[in-house]
Design a binder for this molecule. Structure first.
Ligand code: PMP
Length: 403
């Protein structure tokens, strides 16, 4: 007869295995950390990239959800296809085509925010150790996505107008990157816009040297002055190698978590497979509701632009009195952000706590740099507050920087 021994008693408890190396290598967003500190209602927050909540089209969005649930509840509350709701993709394709980029519904993949588009692209294109080129400074959460994918991130030099196409070409030839990530219009964090001629050259570089261009455009429709500039995706040479990302976050509401990706077929299919693995599909009911809201979107955008233009102007008017002598800043023609450079002696990361004590906040520029950071820079969001609040916020900012 077999005697079953009791399992040996372990006095020590074994620790579970460690996190993946990439999880430890990429930190959380410093912007989120700042937002946590500045959640006090008395803080005038120029740090977050938050659309003005009072401008959300609450009535229109509520009506869209009501109608969707009254008329097509069985479809709207059901699982749906990974590529996205045909009605939404058809409406989006018509908007893109009307702006000069011929697009069919099948060219688009609906994503859960454009942030997911970035993750899907990283999954579809980037192996650990691959090189990714980015602008300097660069949208922070893109640095996170590519970092998590194990990419080697290399910054391309530029100036106040954006990337230097010659430097881009040199780096593409030397580093053999998989992709170049760019926000060419009203960039986050700088608010700058890449001029037409440089767009054409970037497209030529991609054609000549062979690299994917990821053109991220959540802000392009928020133009307050000047002529619209075509997407890089529409320039000769770039058509078959550019991925265009769009978002409903800044034109409708970020809580909808809706974005889209326009990409050549093979890459789009790879992204769809990655999306199946990530979340099967983007919430159906949100897609149905957003498709209905597309009809009123241009009228809504016209209202938003008028208010945001006024807020940008309020910030531009208040900056000379708030920022120390020798500071420079830009005058973005649209979007949500402007970028300032204080005199060299100022370190905006070190200064932030004393500024927050005055109940106002900005984002220091340093975390946005993949290359050598310029520590005297900062990002200000000008759309969230009223002109009066902006004026008061800038008064506090001036006080904080002087104290
Ligand atoms: N790209 C850029 C440049 C952004 O600034 C943002 C949001 N701040 C995103 C992508 C992500 O936007 P969402 O996922 O809300 O569409």
């Amino acid at each position: 007869m077999t005697v079953i021994e009791p399992a040996p008693h372990h006095s020590a408890v074994a620790v579970p295995p460690p996190l993946a190396a990439r999880a430890g290598a990429v930190g959380g967003s410093p912007v989120r950390d700042i937002l946590a500190v500045t959640a006090r209602p008395e803080v005038i927050n120029f740090a977050g990239g938050l659309p003005a909540p009072e401008l959300f089209d609450r009535e229109g969005i509520a009506a869209a959800f009501r109608d969707v649930l009254a008329e097509t509840p069985a479809q709207a509350l059901q699982y749906s296809m990974t590529e996205g709701e045909p009605s939404l993709r058809t409406g989006l394709a018509a908007r893109l085509s009307a702006r000069g980029l011929a697009t069919g519904a099948d060219d688009l993949l609906v994503t859960t925010g454009s942030q997911q588009g970035l993750s899907l692209l990283a999954g579809a294109l980037v192996d650990p150790g691959d090189t990714v080129l980015v602008e300097d400074p660069c949208y922070l959460a893109a640095l996170q996505v590519f970092g998590l994918a194990g990419a080697r991130i290399v910054a391309v030099p530029g100036d106040a107008d954006g990337v230097d196409p010659r430097a881009l070409e040199e780096l593409v030839v030397r580093e053999r990157p998989k992709l170049y990530y760019t926000v060419p219009t009203f960039q986050n964090p700088t608010g700058r816009t890449l001029p037409v001629e440089r767009r054409a050259t970037v497209a030529q570089v991609a054609a000549r040297c062979g690299v994917w261009i990821v053109e991220d455009d959540p802000y392009g429709e928020l133009r307050y002055e000047g002529e619209p500039v075509p997407w890089i995706a529409s320039y000769p040479g770039a058509e078959d190698r550019t991925v265009l990302l769009g978002s409903f976050s800044k034109v409708m509401a970020p809580g909808m978590r809706l974005g889209w990706l326009r990409a050549p077929a093979a890459l789009r299919r790879a992204c769809a497979v990655a999306k199946q693995a990530a979340d099967l599909h983007t919430p159906t009911v949100n897609q149905f509701a957003a498709a209905r809201c597309l009809t009123g979107l241009d009228a809504h955008l016209a209202r938003v632009r008028d208010v945001y233009r006024e807020r940008r102007d309020a910030m531009l008017a208040g900056l000379p009195g708030a920022l120390p002598e020798g500071t420079t800043w830009n005058r973005p023609q649209g979007g949500m952000f402007l970028w300032a450079r204080l005199p060299e002696a100022y370190d905006t990361t070190a200064l932030l706590p004393q500024v927050v004590r005055q109940d106002v906040a900005y984002v220091p520029g340093a975390p946005f740099y993949a290359g050598e950071p310029d520590r005297s820079t900062l990002r200000l969001c000008f759309v969230t507050q009223t002109p009066q609040e902006i004026e008061e916020g800038l008064r506090r900012l001036g006080q904080g920087l002087r104290s």
